[in-house]
Ligand binder design. Structure first.
Ligand SMILES: Nc1ncnc2c1ncn2[C@@H]1O[C@H](COP(=O)(O)OP(=O)(O)OP(=O)(O)O)[C@@H](O)[C@H]1O
Ligand SMILES: O=P(O)(O)OC[C@H]1O[C@H](OP(=O)(O)OP(=O)(O)O)[C@H](O)[C@@H]1O
Length: 231
């Protein structure tokens, strides 16, 4: 038996997660080669490191297959309906900051707010016979945001990567995606609507509310949270 800790398996989130735990005396690392997704934990007994895609960590937490997990708040809110009932947000980790935003072409000089977008969307439908397309992988968050802001005349088109390119490729008129420096938006001649911030996200340590902690592992969980200054 052990406490299972899920951490992103590659890229910026993995490195920074390893640093964050390392600074608290818990050394996480990959065992084996760079391509092998096996984890190693040093500095505490009975904690198992599970390396997973950041996008899969919410599901694993909700299924109770891992007890703790590091991932972006955006991914938890997007992937888990009623996320508060399934996971607890323990601690924002101070990295992986990114904003989920709604952006339109810079060339749309008369469109700078959601109200403007709403007006353009209605006109677009009349003119083209189909609804203005917004490309995103954040379907739940975008739908909810637009509903709360009274924008209805649109359709979502799924884009799992290179979302900013969909406007140039004419598969969408607008996009909703993560931005950090804004470089990708600028390079693709897109601008964020003045009131187009959907969510500010950062890497966060979550605890599953669904994972059972066997009696024998309770002290390990307490020790781990204490060592992380969360107990
Ligand atoms: N440019 C960025 N700067 C900082 N954080 C980012 C940036 N882009 C994405 N993120 C954050 O990183 C987290 C992981 O995103 P990413 O899309 O890389 O993971 P993923 O869906 O697991 O990808 P993959 O399927 O390639 O493993 C998300 O929470 C996201 O908000
Ligand atoms: O504002 P910026 O600093 O330019 O960052 C934004 C980009 O970063 C993310 O992409 P990522 O590099 O994760 O690749 P992806 O397109 O495969 O998601 C995101 O999807 C944006 O495309």
């Amino acid at each position: 038996m052990s406490i299972k800790l899920g951490v992103p398996s590659k890229g910026r989130l993995m490195e920074k997660s390893f640093d964050w735990f390392g600074q608290r005396g818990i050394a996480l690392g990959r065992s084996g080669s760079d391509r092998e997704y096996a984890g190693a934990v040093d500095g505490i007994e009975n904690v198992e490191l599970i390396l997973l895609s950041a996008g899969e960590i919410p599901r694993e937490l909700a299924a109770g297959r891992i007890h703790l997990g590091v991932t972006g708040t955006d991914l938890v809110r997007e992937k888990l309906a009623g996320w508060q009932n399934r996971v607890t947000e323990l601690e924002p980790l101070g990295f992986g900051q990114a904003d989920l935003i709604l952006a339109v072409p810079q060339a749309w000089v008369d469109v700078s707010t959601l109200d403007d977008l709403d007006a353009v969307a209605a006109a677009f439908r009349e003119r083209h016979g189909f609804r203005l397309r917004i490309a995103t992988k954040y379907h739940r968050l975008v739908r909810e945001f637009l509903r709360l802001n009274g924008v209805a005349d649109y359709q979502l088109v799924d884009s799992q990567g290179a979302t900013e390119g969909t406007v140039k490729n004419e598969t969408a008129e607008a996009i909703a995606d993560i931005t950090s420096t804004g470089d990708t938006l600028r390079a693709n001649h897109l601008k964020v609507l003045d009131d187009g911030l959907i969510l500010s996200s950062q890497a966060t340590l979550f605890q599953s509310r669904m994972a059972e902690i066997p009696e024998a592992d309770r002290h390990t969980m307490t020790e781990l949270l204490t060592r992380l200054a969360l107990g």
